[in-house]
Design a binder for this molecule. Structure first.
Ligand code: ATP
Ligand code: MG
Ligand code: MG
Length: 422
């Protein structure tokens, strides 16, 4: 008799903190493996909940077995823990201490990755300090004063420290929020010393923990998805090139092409080494900067499936979502090899706010409409209500036998995007 999770009479139930697009694609992979999922996020219509209907048991006043609430709310995390065997995350901005507590209390058997890993990674300064201490390449960075009781005192002390960082690193200098950052929303580029207090005011006005990073004049950005099993086996996907516009991931080119083929394998080695130091299972997204001289530096790591790994659904032998589930359930990890010659992923970012522009959705989805006529192309729409400028609304993955074939397929989609953006 097999002891494999997928052959169990009573498969374990997986709880996920967050029900956005990453959760939605995780649910798609779970459905294929008969893995039941319960989601914690606000509302009944979060993207992942829309495709994972689990009606409430008889007698319950709730509408569904999912939990309606914030993934940062300790009581809601406890309510989820009471319904599931294993907990994982699709976002790192969760209450990590509560996750440790439900684990210690035996309310769930496992949390992946471990609450300690999530806690470490969710503070970007602590994460970088940790990686540097492990001997991983990170570029230079330094802390700014912690928020004091009086916010205006903090504005002054943080602004002074930014000027010191500017003196040390030169301008521009990148200022980042330590926590709660995503899509560049916690970042501020300080161009001259006179911008220092504007940066502090834009990033929490003296109420938030910040740190300074030396500007990285990178040639390109690179990402590597890595899956870590519960026994510590680590496998990386091929290195890819990511292109960001206004701090948001815009497109991903697979695999990374570079003058020196060793750059991709070096990026994978760095990413594997970093992920092998963490505890707990699952997929991690490692973002790196490739400098002009071929040097690679880690920008940051996400403890979950990642935007730069969406392409794995169509282009890889096992998607990042399936491998995340395999890892947390103790199943054998799947192959991370590409099964196509080349792939490109384009994010569909909201092009306007729906309340200001009634054509916002039509414009945003125009490239998706065009792509329906192009072979090798898959559209993913996330079911988000409304449309806001810059919001991740969907993505398109294009695969083909070669870079040339994929670029040909991209051309009409890019034209549609350019026209919609005008
Ligand atoms: P994510 O959505 O990936 O979590 P985030 O809000 O955590 O984003 P970062 O990844 O730190 O933000 O930065 C976003 C982008 O800003 C990077 O992908 C890169 O393009 C640029 N960037 C970040 N740090 C630096 C730096 N030190 N020098 C130059 N550019 C940088
Ligand atoms: Mg980040
Ligand atoms: Mg990032």
């Amino acid at each position: 008799m097999s002891s494999s999770e997928i052959a169990r009479a009573e498969p374990r139930v997986v709880g996920v903190l967050g029900a956005g697009q990453l959760g939605r694609m995780l649910v798609e992979a779970a459905a294929r493996l008969n893995v039941s999922v319960r989601l914690l996020d606000v509302g009944d219509s979060a993207p992942a909940k829309q495709i994972c209907d689990v009606p409430a048991q008889a007698g319950s006043s709730a509408r569904s077995e999912h939990i309606d609430g914030s993934f940062a709310d300790g009581e809601k995390i406890k309510a989820l823990a009471n319904k599931v065997d294993i907990i994982t995350v699709e976002i790192e901005h969760v209450d990590a201490s509560k996750l440790q507590e439900v684990l210690d209390q035996g309310l769930v058997k496992e949390v992946h990755p471990t609450p300690a890993t999530i806690k470490l990674i969710q503070d970007k300064f602590a994460q970088k300090d940790y990686l540097r201490n492990k001997g991983l390449p990170c570029g230079e960075f330094s802390p700014l004063p912690e928020p004091a009781q009086n916010a205006s005192d903090t504005v002054q002390s943080q602004a002074r420290a930014i000027e010191e960082a500017g003196d040390k690193y030169g301008y521009p200098v990148m200022i980042k929020s330590r926590t709660q950052a995503y899509d560049g929303r916690g970042n501020y580029v300080v161009k001259t010393a006179s911008d220092a207090s504007d940066a502090v005011n834009a990033l929490g006005a003296g109420t938030r923990g910040l740190y300074a990073e030396k500007w990285a004049p990178f040639e390109r950005e690179v990402a590597v998805m890595v899956v870590r099993s519960s026994t510590g086996e680590v496998r990386s996907y091929p290195a890819v090139e990511t292109v960001h516009k206004n701090n948001i991931c815009h497109s991903v080119f697979v695999p990374l092409r570079s003058r020196d083929a060793r750059i991709g394998s070096r990026a994978r080695k760095i990413a594997e080494k970093a992920v092998s130091t963490f505890s707990g299972a699952g997929v991690f997204g490692v973002e790196l900067f490739l400098m002009g001289d071929g040097e690679l530096r880690i920008n940051e790591i996400a403890p979950r499936p990642h935007n730069s790994g969406h392409y794995t659904i169509e282009a890889s032998e096992t998607s990042q979502y399936e491998n995340h589930l395999r890892a947390i359930l103790g199943l054998p990890l799947g192959s991370t090899e590409l099964k196509v010659g080349s792939a490109i992923m384009i994010n569909l970012l909201g092009l306007a706010d729906l309340d200001k522009d009634k054509d916002a959705i039509a414009k945003t989805y125009a490239p998706a409409v065009v792509s329906l006529n192009i072979p090798g192309t898959t559209v993913h729409l996330y079911g988000k209500s409304g449309c806001r400028k810059g919001r991740k609304m969907g993505h398109i993955t294009i695969v083909g036998p070669s870079d040339a074939a994929v670029r040909d397929r991209l051309a009409p989609i890019q034209d549609a995007l350019n026209t919609a953006t005008e």
